[in-house]
Ligand binder design. Structure first.
Ligand code: FEO
Ligand code: CA
Ligand code: CA
Ligand code: CA
Length: 598
């Protein structure tokens, strides 16, 4: 079975059995600690967490809600310390406020929610003798970015009519970032954060372009439009055009203005992962997490510079302003087929084919050029989904995190699920999305032509078709299915130091809680997938970081179960019964001090 301590280097742990325990379950011989929880003070002057007396001012100095993407950056000169950057995707008001009345939120509650969104940068310190990690409050680099922090809009759409508002006639200064889901760490020492489901914060949309982004025509769920008119599109129609971007933060300069990069397009960015071309230019992969939406690649034209001087950092912060944004089109080399439940791959025996990166817009220092007929460069950057529609990009099953393997250059695309595939008049299964009513999701493996990051062509194949391994319509890169863990709804992906792919899940549909899994990508154990940990009730697994001696994971929305409230909680994690459920970051390490999975 899957429960053995054998496995590829980096995956030699006893797999955790699928379960529904209200805790973080880790392999035998491993230990864990909570690095930081929602509400812990990180800035100078911030008070201790008191959820019964929470204020917006307190929350603005405390760790935010619903931690998602995590990045750990080196902190030279400070022994055993690193900078942790975390996304705070969204707020669960019913679990934050006792007696919350969703129809009538108070101003204080709304302002607390604004302060609980955004990003946190917090210095963390490792323990001398273990993998334990603890936050260092009041460090000079600690920072909170919220729904009201000033951002600079950059790239082709900055300053255009499409992004001007009454509060910002320049179209260059945006307040806040919303729904930061996954992200990436750049080779130049900054972090990227995808603004995902920004549609939910806006009310009273009327244009077809807003509809394509899922913005509602009535009141918003959180009623923010009652407290700031910019969330009411009837009054401020362009405000929503200023969200849905990849955001960049310089965690080494707490006074820097973070940026929103319009050159990378506007959609429900799940994340953004960066690699460099052979001559040092940035390439960013980014998915649009929606059923039947697309995934994209940005190829920069400026080379990264090395060094830490202010001039070098300023240069590198402009790398995502110039380059070309592409969208993916995948072609199967077999007749359109559905994985048929016989356990055999039909057609030519492989789910694979070729792909093309179709250019949408090129940004240069002198201006931008659209490659899409009937759309200006600004329009492509703001209505990127419509540009993808026009050029015939391939409709995917919720493209989530995308990550190149630093050892091989192959690129992995997590596709979480798509219950609507093949239902009614919706697109039917195709070779790259091979299951109708796809409940469990899959993972694609892309190989850029000549293994060059900036190629405009690629080959692809199915790496993993998730589900219960006993289900014939699953596939684990050819590995024997009686020796793998069940997995459902792959979401965030990361690589360990050995080139194994680690996958966290969101909304697993097998009757068990979400979790974190490792899978070998090469060698004779390629496809051997093992579960490393499981989540408490109602939680999604996010932000995995896998270092040689430590795994870091974000436990997002614990206790988020239909009907649950502060008074009727569905989870007692992490602080026990009678306490508020708190999204938190967890570190896991090997009790004997050895390397993870070795
Ligand atoms: Fe925020 Fe696509 O998960
Ligand atoms: Ca996600
Ligand atoms: Ca094929
Ligand atoms: Ca997700």
């Amino acid at each position: 079975g899957y429960g053995t301590g054998k496995g590829a280097r980096g995956l030699r742990f006893t797999a955790v059995a699928p379960n529904t325990a209200d805790t973080v379950t880790i392999p035998d011989g491993y230990k864990q600690n909570i690095v930081i929880r929602w509400g812990e003070p990180i800035l100078r002057g911030a008070p201790a967490f008191d959820p019964e007396k929470q204020t917006a001012a307190a929350q603005a100095g405390q760790f935010g809600y619903n931690n998602d993407f995590l990045s750990l950056l080196p902190l030279p000169g400070e022994h055993n310390r690193q900078i942790l950057v975390a996304n705070h995707e969204y707020t669960d008001e019913v679990l934050m406020f006792r007696g919350y009345d969703a129809a009538n939120p108070t101003r204080e509650q709304v302002e607390i929610a604004w302060a609980a969104h955004g990003l946190s940068a917090v210095v963390v310190e490792g323990d001398r003798r273990s993998g334990k990690l603890t936050a260092v409050p009041r460090h000079r680099l600690n920072r909170r970015v919220t729904a009201t922090t000033a951002f600079r809009l950059t790239g082709p759409a900055a300053g255009s009519d499409l992004v001007r508002t009454s509060a910002d006639p320049t179209g260059r200064k945006v307040l806040g970032t919303l729904n930061n889901c996954s992200g990436g760490t750049t080779p130049w020492g900054t972090t990227l954060h995808g603004e995902e489901n920004f549609n939910q914060y806006f009310a009273n949309a009327s244009r077809t372009t807003d509809k394509r982004y899922g913005i509602g025509t009535g009141a918003s769920e959180r009623k923010w439009e009652r407290f700031d008119k910019r969330f009411d599109l009837a009054q401020e129609p362009n405000e929503a055009h200023r969200f849905g971007y990849v955001v960049e933060l310089d965690p080494y300069d707490p006074d820097s203005t973070p940026r929103k990069h319009t050159a990378l397009g506007r959609f429900k960015h799940e994340g953004a992962t960066v690699r460099l071309t052979r001559d040092g230019r940035p390439v960013v992969y980014t998915g649009d997490d929606e059923r039947f939406d697309y995934f994209y690649k940005f190829v920069g034209t400026k080379r990264m510079k090395h060094g830490s001087s202010r001039a070098v950092r300023e240069h590198n912060l402009s790398l995502l302003d110039e380059g070309t944004l592409y969208v993916a089109k995948l072609t199967g080399d077999s007749p359109a087929i559905e994985i048929d439940g016989t356990g055999k791959l039909p057609g030519d025996g492989e789910f694979d084919g070729s792909g093309e990166w179709i250019p949408l817009v090129t940004a240069t220092a002198k201006g931008a050029v659209s490659h899409v007929e009937g759309m200006t460069a600004e329009e492509v950057c703001v209505f990127t989904r419509l540009a993808g529609d026009k050029v015939g990009a391939t409709k995917m099953d919720r493209p989530e995190d995308i990550e190149p393997n630093p050892h091989t250059g192959k690129v992995y695309v997590a596709l979480t699920n798509n219950s609507n595939r093949g239902v009614g008049t919706n697109a039917k299964a195709d070779e790259a999305n091979p299951r109708n009513a796809n409940k469990h999701g899959h993972v694609l493996e892309l190989t850029e032509r000549w293994n060059r990051a900036d190629s405009t062509r690629f080959a692809w194949s199915l790496f993993l078709v998730a589900g219960d391994p006993n289900d014939p319509a699953t596939y684990f890169a050819g590995f024997p299915k009686d020796k793998v863990s069940p997995i459902s709804c792959p979401d965030n992906v990361a690589f360990d130091p050995y080139g194994n792919l680690w996958i966290s899940t969101d909304g697993a549909q097998l009757g068990y809680h979400d979790g974190l899994f490792g899978v070998a990508t090469r060698g004779e154990r390629r496809g051997e997938l093992k579960q490393f940990l499981t989540m408490p009730n109602g939680a999604e697994t996010c932000g995995p970081v896998v270092q040689d001696r430590r795994v870091l994971v974000a436990v997002q929305h614990p206790g988020e179960v239909d009907g649950a409230t502060v008074d009727k909680p569905a989870s007692a994690w992490p602080d026990g019964p009678g306490k508020y459920v708190r999204p938190s970051v967890v570190a896991v390490w090997r009790a004997d001090g050895g390397d993870i999975g070795v």
